[in-house]
Design a protein around this ligand. Sequence first.
Ligand code: ZN
Ligand code: ZN
Length: 549
Amino acid sequence: MLLPLGGTGEIGMNLYLYGYGHGDRREWIMVDCGVMFGDETTPGVEVIVPDIRFIEERKEDLLGIFITHAHEDHIGAIPWIAHRLDVPVYATKFALLLMEHRLEETGWAGDVELIEVKPGSRIRAGQFEVEYVPVTHSLPEPNALAIRTPAGTVVHTGDFKVDEHPVIPPRFSFERLRAIGDEGVEALICDSTNAGKEGRSPSETDVAKSLEEIIAQAPGRVAVTTFSSHVARIKVVAEAARRHGRDVVVAGYAMRRVIEAAQKCGLLDEGLQFLDEEAFGFLPPEKVVLLCTGSQGEPRAALSRIADDIHPRIALEKGDIVIFSSFTIPGNEKAVIGVMNRLALLGVEVIANTPERLVHASGHPRREELAIMYDLVRPKRLIPMHGEPWHMMMHAEFARARGIPEVAQMLDGQMLRIAPGPAEIVGEAVSGRQFVDGRLLVPGEKGPVQKRRRLSFVGIVVVSVALDGKGNIRGPAQIVVEGLPEKTADGQLMEDVLLDAADEALENMGRARRRNDEMVIETLRIAVRRAAVAEWGKKPVVHILVQRV
Ligand SMILES: [Zn+2]
Ligand SMILES: [Zn+2]
């Protein structure tokens, strides 16, 4: 049984449940526990996590959380979710170190049991056996999972590409996947991100070459921004810098933390030096490469502050180069272009990824790579995941065209019986999104954020009136107006106009009707709204407070 609670129908927030058994005796494991990031439609919310009510209600049947790799869309929700489920979290060392940091920051470190898994090893959990199969992707230690149950084996690819020349180990497990395929695989649950793209993703080694060329020829400073977890990219930039007599300065907390974790995992040569921001000002322009966060245009990240020329220790100028060694996650285009424009205004040359100048390669499989995976695993059926509906549709079409016998399409919240086949949707579970709002988790739908969004369009008016028990008006009404235009078209104060409307409506009600609070509230609300529409053409949120004195 497969039940995705996130990641199937959207990019981000990956969380998949696999179940085995019937009814009350069904056991579950969770694969990944990721976040998505908020945008302008979620004011005040930066992090979004899956709604896990379904599994929380059955947490005694949940045996463990198995993490494929350390990207935020796969581990980011651990600090919000794991302590509520009371099960061990399994991951390889690099992911484990990053999760440890996050749990410490959020204060849940003592409440979550983290268990290190060696690449290639197998873990038993109830009727499940989970094998970690190393693949290649855009950060260290990515794994596919071979999940065995008495009903058969499924392969959950996680995020992968087929890179035959990765710059950091491990290598892609061709032999192991083929051997698992030989055993027989009921289903391949497979990354759909680039399923619409023909051909193969370039290798990290190709990217390394072109980055080195740019660094070799640069007359001044070179800054490289990339995803902070992209250790391979960090490594090739640092090595190229060393070969060309430049020191590497790192700006950005997230990237420094990843470098520390990578060093602990032995992924970066001990001879590679990473200097702190303080060193930047002391290095001549032709002797420095800056590695920095902010490839997605994040306003608080190092690069955005450099582009605004407000970074306390780092400044770039005419003759310097900034390389966006990244791709822009859909939704971030405006922010990224904003940073590029501000850099251009400083006279800085901006280099982004193009086919002619390869400064980034995706970590996800294009069609040739998907075909390689199919040929190794030879599944009876394919289930597209890790994609928006359109990506998953293209993936399904491609898989059918490549001769996969059965393709099952599904979305978050649907329960798919994988085997015995044919695969079939057999139920639905509560699913959706929860928003991290300050220190609290709030509902993604019908929660405070919807209200804030509405307020951001129309503002708010609060009117308070004082009445006695007999319906007499006791004192003047008061008004608070936020987010409305200050004056009407003919120059009157908006708040005076709205207050007059409330006063007049209250007068006209008559004493008897004023004894009823609800009637007062409704009558005044309508009057204030009507006045706002007449003057402004929009309906604000209106609240009426009745005090009985
Ligand atoms: Zn992912
Ligand atoms: Zn990933």
